[in-house]
Write a protein that binds this ligand. Structure first.
Ligand SMILES: [Zn+2]
Length: 412
């Protein structure tokens, strides 16, 4: 059993203040329910609460659970008493946690461990990975295939005398040659790097041989800096666009203003009407935290618009379990527009200095941190009703997105 110690502070205090009781059972134990959490819209199919991570507890573990809980509670009470004494002695020292902000969202903030995130909607799921295989291959048309472990995605393109591989995620790169062998006996002659990040190309060395490696010049610069033997340096680079023509097959490679990372390519297969652009659009899903770790948030918004500008029917985003559609890109753009509007409104309406402990008013970092937290909370509240069931993992990363959006709106 694991403990969510880092999530104990504020919820634990609220729990003590409110005298919540532990309810034993073979399901969750709603032990650390946040005082201000509430069920928004009468929709309690999946109540989101901060709890100890005890969902794995079963009846057979209950005696142990109860014993550990009792011990934990005893130490909590002691800790609480000790904190109270400290606070009485020296109110300027770290003194535990204060009351929660007003209107705290039902979605727990960063750092709180919860028992169970919202269920993944069926529309966000992909075909299952065959048992024991570790990957699956999906035909995108006319010699173009996606390979995926349902978390990462790469492609390969078969032409008359060989195969072009696009990306080699280390999580399943060892299977890429097998996946190709299931389709053709031709050798890998080319490897395209979508961008420099190790989680997408760190399996390149596993492909073996000496393929021609094509990438943007910025990608080569970043890889030279990384000096990673698992990511061999590109042998062909370019600075704007590049047409990779192999036999009768074509891949159009294009770079734009750096958003996720400099050199991140738009990889377009015109004959197949397939577009690959990695770490920017997440079909059916909330973006990975902070706009997929975008280096430039305004450019990230532009990148999503650039994706829309291509004539594609199938989109490979480098992540999630399934191929994306044009509709997926439109939905993400709509979410991003809502996010931007919500963060902007929160920045304009939340007051700096409100809900700050008066003892902290001489600490501008604390005053502003309180403001930023409350802006994010307002942003999360605004987006939750519409989006919590439309994008998978909305609850996992919405706080990250609101923080990233408000920061960008203030400084970019
Ligand atoms: Zn990346």
């Amino acid at each position: 059993m694991r403990y969510a110690l880092h999530a104990w502070t504020l919820p634990a205090r609220k729990w003590l203040e409110e005298g919540h009781r532990i309810r034993h059972g073979d399901r969750n134990i709603p032990f650390l329910t946040l005082a201000s959490s509430r069920t928004h819209d009468g929709d309690d199919a999946v109540p989101i609460r901060r709890m100890m991570n005890m969902q794995r507890s079963s009846r057979s573990h209950l005696p142990h659970t109860a014993a550990v809980l009792s011990a934990a509670l005893a130490s909590l009470v002691v800790a609480q008493a000790s904190l109270a004494q400290q606070a009485a002695r020296a109110p300027h020292d770290l003194a535990g946690t204060g009351a929660s902000f007003s209107n705290m969202p039902e979605v727990p903030p960063i750092g709180a461990r919860i028992a169970k995130y919202l269920d993944v909607p069926d529309a966000a799921k992909g075909p299952a990975i065959p048992a024991g295989k570790g990957y699956r291959t999906e035909r995108l048309g006319a010699g173009l295939y996606m390979v995926t472990d349902n978390a990462y995605q790469s492609m390969f393109l078969v032409y008359e005398s060989g195969v072009v591989v696009v990306d080699a995620p280390p999580s399943y790169a060892a299977h890429i040659k097998t996946a190709i062998a299931e389709v053709t006996g031709k050798p890998i002659t080319h490897l395209v790097y979508s961008h420099a990040h190790a989680d997408h190309i760190g399996g390149a060395a596993m492909l073996g041989g000496r393929p021609i490696i094509v990438a943007h010049a910025e990608t080569k610069r970043l890889l030279a800096r990384s000096n990673d033997r698992n990511r061999p340096l590109p042998t062909v680079t370019f600075t704007d666009g590049y047409q990779l023509k192999v036999g009768s097959q074509v891949l159009e490679l294009q770079s734009r203003r750096a958003a996720h990372q400099p050199g991140n390519l738009f990889i377009y297969a015109p004959a197949q009407k397939a577009l690959m652009h990695v770490d920017v659009v997440y079909p059916g899903w909330m973006m990975w935290r902070r706009f997929g770790l975008a280096e430039d948030v305004p450019a990230y918004f532009d990148a999503v618009e650039a994706v829309k500008s291509y004539d594609f029917a199938k989109f490979v985003g480098g992540h999630v379990a399934r191929v994306g559609s044009r509709e997926d890109v439109v939905v993400q753009a709509e979410f991003m527009a809502d996010l931007k509007a919500a963060a902007l409104k929160a920045l304009q309406t939340v007051k700096v200095g409100a809900e700050v402990n008066p003892l902290d008013l001489g600490n501008p970092w604390a005053v502003y941190d309180t403001y930023i937290d409350r802006v994010a909370a307002s942003c999360v509240n605004a987006l939750t009703p519409k989006w919590k069931r439309r994008l998978a993992a909305f609850d996992v990363y919405i706080w990250d997105q609101c923080y990233a959006m408000e920061q960008s709106l203030r400084i970019d």
